[in-house]
Design a protein around this ligand. Structure first.
Ligand code: FES
Length: 174
């Protein structure tokens, strides 16, 4: 006569049931993670604290003193659920070790601002700013939009941002 088995059919069924439960749980966790990442995608792309990331604006040593230099920076932009790289223009003015970095987007209606003999001028409706970016005329209601920057190991990094147009206050929109 055979000795009774150490693991009877009931114990085997219980083990298989637990294994199936664990596998289902793992699959649910994977699906939940993917769904959560999809839902939070735009917020995650903003960088820490919901802010736009730093972008490389070139070498500091290439910027002459007191002369505005136009640079383009590449930023990641989210449109719907797609993500695209776009180029945006900025102005950098160096005064010794100090920089002023401005968005080249006119705060009136968004044309590209040019350098002028005594500052900056918008070709669309004639808004003008002095070399420090302060508004001196035209329909724009504020100075040029200054951008955050920092210099690391001789490279200028800029946090490009969009701001609400046509208003006096400088309010970031993305
Ligand atoms: S868009 Fe620049 S002055 Fe109107």
């Amino acid at each position: 006569m055979n000795a009774p088995s150490a693991t009877g059919p009931l114990e085997r069924r219980s083990f298989l049931g637990k294994l199936a439960g664990l596998m289902m749980g793992a699959m649910a966790a994977v699906v939940a993670f993917a769904a959560g990442r999809y839902t939070l995608h735009p917020a995650l792309e903003q960088g820490p604290g919901g802010r736009t990331p730093w972008t490389d604006a070139g070498l500091l040593e290439d910027i002459p003193d007191g002369q505005p230099v136009k640079r383009s920076v590449v930023i990641s932009q989210i449109a719907g659920w797609g993500q695209f790289n776009v180029q945006r223009l900025i102005w950098i003015v160096r005064r010794g070790e100090k920089l002023e970095v401005f968005s080249a987007t006119c705060p009136h209606l968004g044309c590209t601002v040019n350098a002028a003999p005594n500052g900056f001028l918008c070709p669309c409706h004639g808004s003008a700013w002095n070399a420090e970016g302060d508004r001196i005329g035209g329909p724009a209601r504020r100075g040029l939009d200054a951008l955050e920057y920092e210099v690391r190991e001789g490279v200028v990094y800029v946090r490009y941002q969009y701001f609400k147009p046509s208003i006096e206050e400088k309010i970031a929109v993305a």
